[in-house]
Design a protein around this ligand. Structure first.
Ligand code: ADP
Length: 304
């Protein structure tokens, strides 16, 4: 287990930013922490990275407690904060040397800097001042500093926020590449990002976890039914379809194309097929309709 969050509550003066939050992340997973602005994502990440103490509860990273063993945790964790605080007057390599010094990398410094410049694609910008870099390249420098001490776990707070579409794709690809070797928790409020990058999604809203699912489970979130889209070659009616065992309801989309709502715990497609054979009609297409992640996110957090 890489990250183990148990019953974390965080109160800022009078406001409860996190309310009894628990989740686990296994080694090697890429997990998206998703939620509307103000949901508590940054607060959770600051607690995991030892930047902020929790009010109550317990967090361990690679088996080390974030309060009792924070030095060990910091060795295991790389962190890219939301507002990536780079020193704009420093040159890229100079900054990475400075960060390597904080991690006491000693003789390994030059080798690690060269590796990080390669991994994050900074080669052509390595001699520039950070202030002269585009936001996308600054994020790469941020990722390089987060990775320089070869941590097992990477915590990335909205790593693509403020980037242009090309930069977003590049940084997402970089996260996927890095994720082949590390455990990654990254926050976002963009569902396409989750779709593109992660294995699991934790949805947080008003300081509480409202879903913790694999991406596949998120697509089938409405547990009360499964929607099957079927096109027949000739006319059927709703009454006939509702007689099929396992069918709850049916709606005609157009012509002979139907959305058929079925019970959730059984694949009703064979029954629909048998029905068609019995009626001597042909099934032209039949698919289980997936719910979009945006739709799921909206349903989970719409009471805001
Ligand atoms: P997110 O990252 O999901 O946007 P945050 O963790 O930044 O959410 O914030 C969660 C809640 O805690 C918000 O309502 C925010 O205003 C509040 N908050 C965050 N940091 C502080 C702070 N230092 N002092 C007081 N309230 C804070």
């Amino acid at each position: 287990m890489s990250i183990n969050v148990n019953n974390i509550t965080k109160v800022y003066v009078r406001q409860k930013a996190l309310d009894d939050v628990s989740f686990k992340i296994d080694a090697g997973e890429i997990v998206g922490l998703v939620g509307p602005n103000g949901a508590g994502k940054s607060t959770m990440m600051k607690i995991i990275t030892c930047y902020l103490p929790q009010t109550s509860g317990q967090v361990s990273v690679c088996g080390f407690d974030v309060v009792e063993q924070s030095i060990e945790v910091r060795k295991k964790v790389g962190y890219l904060p939301e507002h990536n605080p780079l020193y704009l007057d420093m040159y890229v390599v100079e900054y990475l040397e400075f960060i390597a010094g904080i991690h006491k990398l000693g003789k390994k410094t030059n080798e690690r800097i060269a590796e990080m410049i390669e991994v994050t694609g900074l080669e052509i910008e390595r001699k520039k001042k950070i202030g002269a870099l585009s936001k996308g390249y600054r994020q790469r420098v941020g990722l390089a500093q987060a990775l320089i001490h070869n941590p097992e776990v990477l915590i990335l707070d909205e790593p693509t926020s403020g980037l242009d579409p090309n930069q977003i794709v590049e940084i997402r690809n970089l996260i996927k590449k890095i994720g082949k070797e590390k455990t990654i928790l990254f926050s976002t409020h963009i569902m396409q990002e989750v779709e593109a990058v992660c294995d699991k999604v934790i949805v947080i809203d008003k300081g509480k976890i409202v879903a913790n699912k694999t991406k596949v489970e998120m697509h089938q979130f409405d547990k009360n039914c499964i929607m099957v889209s079927v096109e027949f070659d000739s006319k059927v009616n709703k009454g006939m379809l509702k007689e099929i065992p396992g069918v709850l309801d049916a709606a005609c989309v157009k012509d002979n194309l139907w959305n058929i709502k079925t019970i959730p715990d059984k694949d009703v497609r064979p029954e629909i097929f048998k029905f068609a054979v019995k009626q001597n009609i042909t099934v032209l297409s039949m698919n289980i309709e997936e719910q979009s992640l945006e739709e799921t996110f909206y349903q989970l957090t719409k009471n805001n």
